[in-house]
Design a protein around this ligand. Structure first.
Ligand code: MIG
Length: 773
């Protein structure tokens, strides 16, 4: 490394610059800077005191050349060099220090203040310091504890198994996504993605000095800036860069029941029967590590689960799908008898330490760990998923993939969580310091490739605990081992909203909390909120109090059932949101700021959320509460429980006893599709379709419905349609957009008139139609 000083070395003065392909390269005394426009609104900035590093196969972004060419204008003055796209995204590199300012359409959106810019430190870390304007808010950052805005915090990106995590300050958790969305006082937004898989830290604590520092432990200073100006545009651009999710099966939106400790086929059957008996709609049951033989991955306990295929078939006849857990630790059995270990060992597929295998403790005892950096290992790992799918399993959960491991046996009192040493070698000449944050991502890439191969025309539910940037391409995410505390109920909302802004639209927290004992009131409230999570799964740790909806008596059961039924009623709306996420990356659960970025009163709110554009939820997050204040942004809002109509831009106080159900508001201007409630998601056809029309102040409303067979990959079976509804001058019109084949069926149109009774019409709907209502 040239030009490194004792402590921090900067870039020095600009010597010369030139265009190299689609990049502009700037040579400073002690570093080189590169500026590359990938689209009109996305630019990449890299700086190095040495040579630029080659692209890694686990990069979450495509190679620069994969983007269509962009015209840029370059302008050099005494101050430095400006590279500007036709779309008005300008990157200005200063004449000294490789300090960078970013402008969008003439407005400065990022700035390196004094002492800003890139620096390389004697300890091997590198930092890039930007200005942190006092009125800017910072969201995203993947999966975090705490509230929405991360000003004042220090956030590390390092996939970490947080067994029994508590409180708001715990950091980091399982997902490492070094991305943030910045929103200024006027609501103008931009995003920054730090393209580096080593441990990184965003330091937003220097508020007085107005400094935001990005630090990396290794690799390169390499970041992308995405212009808005709206948060939605930033998220769309970030997911354009890092990928979007394939549409999951529609049933994955159904209620899901799990528990570590459902340890026999009989228990699973009993839970299924209880769900049906108590009239709780449900779609998915989970097999935790309890189904495995000796807790070994990809095996079945022959006594507790003697006939998995028979179990799956019986459950399927009742509308249930089975999902099963996969751990990355492979039981070390040198004496033979466990084919996953035998084969992996023989082929040299496990991580090593010195001359031997890297062995640590997980549930089955000492374990070896696959090296997912190797394409051959990924292919091999993927094939084992057949041992689940061939027995009727239709969902997989990749757990313990941070990777999680202990130094001593799990039941030893001094057993502590450890990590592979940072210098553990991986394939492609990498070490663990570089691979750690993509270890789970690469496992999920293996799972994804295998499932597409094993089930080319079936969408399989995939869930992962750990992951990194772009995990949404492969799996949904749950927020790991939370607890049965009110604080965790509250935290789940900002946690999932920030995940959504970070590209992970399909995610959920364990309903009821994983650790701790959930009581009736907390359970009921958790169902009310949890049934609005993109992924709604009740899950509980082994040995803790049961938390199925029926364990606390009639009142709790009724509240839980009502919450689940509301979700099933809204499945057409939710599925459309998932289709939108697959197409544009838009989150399902959104902070108010997503649609109202300039609204100062709404932008920090973490105790209410938008479910899509047209519904606003205001859950109760504290015990003993029977009413709550709800902030409604500008416009007209309808209380869906009472029919009351409010003008937004202010707070309203609403009844919120448990029996009142979830406070749920509809946006004036929206059309919300819903359907009949079956015992499981696909039991009943969407007939009749109900359209709730909520006119805005001008008497207008709009909405969309996406539908398909809900299960095939290639959309080969049944309908596939997107229909747009628009209401104006008392007439509702349905028009197909893009796709064809909206089926003929009954449609219940309910126009909510703020001044008169609501109007209901029953019509024969087909592809396109018009009705006066
Ligand atoms: O260290 O498989 O987050 O959902 O039930 C605990 C047992 C291991 C952690 C997962 C949790 C799962 C549990 N696993």
């Amino acid at each position: 490394m040239t030009g490194r000083r004792d402590d921090a070395g900067g870039a020095g003065a600009l010597r010369r610059w030139w265009r190299a392909g689609r990049s502009v390269l700037l040579e400073y005394e002690d570093a080189t800077l590169s500026v590359t426009h990938l689209t009109d609104a996305i630019a990449r900035v890299r700086a190095t005191p040495a040579d630029f590093l080659p692209r890694r196969p686990w990069s979450a972004t495509p190679p620069d050349d994969a983007f269509p060419p962009v015209e840029v204008a370059v302008e050099a003055t005494g101050d430095g060099v400006t590279v500007r796209s036709g779309g008005g995204l300008a990157v200005h590199a200063a004449a000294t220090g490789a300090r960078v300012a970013v402008l969008h359409r003439g407005q400065t959106i990022m700035m390196d203040g004094d002492g800003g810019g890139p620096a390389w430190h004697a300890d091997g870390r590198a930092t890039w310091t930007h200005r942190m304007p006092p009125d800017e808010n910072y969201l995203g950052f993947g999966e975090r504890t705490g509230l929405l805005d991360k000003r004042g915090q220090r956030l590390a990106c390092w996939c970490t198994d947080r067994y029994e995590y508590q409180g708001a300050g715990v950091d980091p958790l399982y997902q490492a996504i070094p991305f943030y969305l910045a929103v200024d006082a006027a609501g103008r937004s931009h995003g920054v993605y730090l393209h580096n898989t080593y441990r990184s830290v965003f330091d937003l604590t220097a508020q007085r000095e107005q400094r935001l520092v990005m630090a990396v432990d290794g690799g390169e200073l390499d970041w992308y800036v995405m212009a808005g100006p709206t948060p939605a545009e930033v998220v769309t651009r970030f997911t354009h860069l890092t990928g979007r999710m394939p549409l999951p099966p529609r049933w994955a939106l159904g209620y899901q029941q799990a528990r570590w400790g459902y340890d026999s086929a009989e228990r699973i059957r009993a839970v299924a029967a209880d769900l049906r008996r108590h009239d709780i709609p449900a779609d998915v049951l989970y097999l935790d590590i309890d189904h495995q033989d000796g807790l070994r991955t990809f095996t079945w306990d022959p006594e507790a689960f003697p006939d998995p295929a028979g179990l799956a078939a019986d459950l399927a006849a009742d509308g249930f799908k089975l999902a099963a857990v996969v751990d990355v630790g492979v039981s070390h059995q040198p004496e033979g008898g466990y084919d996953v270990f035998d084969e992996g060992h023989r082929k040299g597929y496990f991580l090593t330490e010195g001359d031997g295998l890297l062995l640590r403790h997980v549930w089955p005892g000492l374990c070896a760990f696959p090296d997912f950096a190797s394409p051959a290992v990924r292919q091999w790992w993927g094939r084992w998923y057949a041992s689940l799918l061939d027995r009727g399993v239709r969902g997989v959960v990749n757990d313990m993939n941070e990777p999680a491991m202990h130094d001593l046996p799990m039941d030893h009192p001094d057993s502590a969580r450890v990590e592979p040493p940072l210098d553990t070698p991986h394939d492609l000449d990498a070490d663990h310091a570089e691979v750690h944050n993509v270890y789970a991502l690469l496992e999920n890439a293996a799972t994804d490739a295998a499932l597409r191969d094993l089930r080319p025309d079936e969408r399989v539910l995939r869930l992962s605990r750990a992951g990194g940037t772009g995990i949404q391409r492969y799996a949904a995410v749950w927020t790991g081992d939370n607890g049965s505390y009110w604080e965790h109920l509250e935290m789940s909302l900002p946690q999932l909203m920030n995940l959504g802004l970070s590209g992970v639209a399909f995610a959920g927290a364990d309903i009821g909390g994983f650790f701790g004992d959930c009581g009736p009131e907390l359970l009921a409230r958790w169902f009310q909120l949890g049934c609005c999570y993109p992924l709604a799964r009740n899950h509980c740790a082994r040995g803790r109090a049961a938390q199925e909806p029926w364990v606390w008596g009639a009142e709790t059961l009724d509240a839980c059932r009502a919450a689940v039924r509301l979700r099933y009623r809204l499945l057409p709306y939710l599925y459309t949101l998932l289709a939108d996420a697959a197409e544009t990356g838009s989150p399902v659960l959104r902070p108010l700021l997503y649609h109202y970025p300039a609204d100062r009163r709404g932008r920090q709110l973490a105790d209410q959320a938008l479910l899509g554009r047209d519904l606003l939820i205001a859950p109760v997050l504290r015990p003993g509460v029977t009413a709550r204040a709800v902030y409604l942004p500008a416009g007209r809002w309808y209380d869906t429980r009472t029919g009351a109509v409010h003008d937004g831009g202010r707070h309203v106080l609403v009844d919120a006893a448990i029996g009142d159900g979830l406070p749920l508001f509809a946006r004036g201007g929206g059309v919300v599709p819903s359907g009949p409630v079956g015992r499981y998601a696909d039991e009943l056809p969407l007939n009749p379709l109900t359209l709730d029309v909520y006119p805005d102040r001008d008497g207008e409303a709009e909405g969309e419905l996406y539908e398909d067979d809900g299960a095939s990959m290639a959309h080969t079976r049944g309908v596939r349609a997107r229909t747009r509804y628009s209401y104006r001058d008392g007439v509702l019109t349905a028009r197909p957009v893009g796709l064809l084949d909206a089926p003929a069926r009954l449609v219940v149109v309910r126009v909510h008139h703020p001044t008169g009774p609501e109007l209901t019409r029953l019509i024969d709907g087909g592809k396109s139609w018009t009705v006066r209502a």
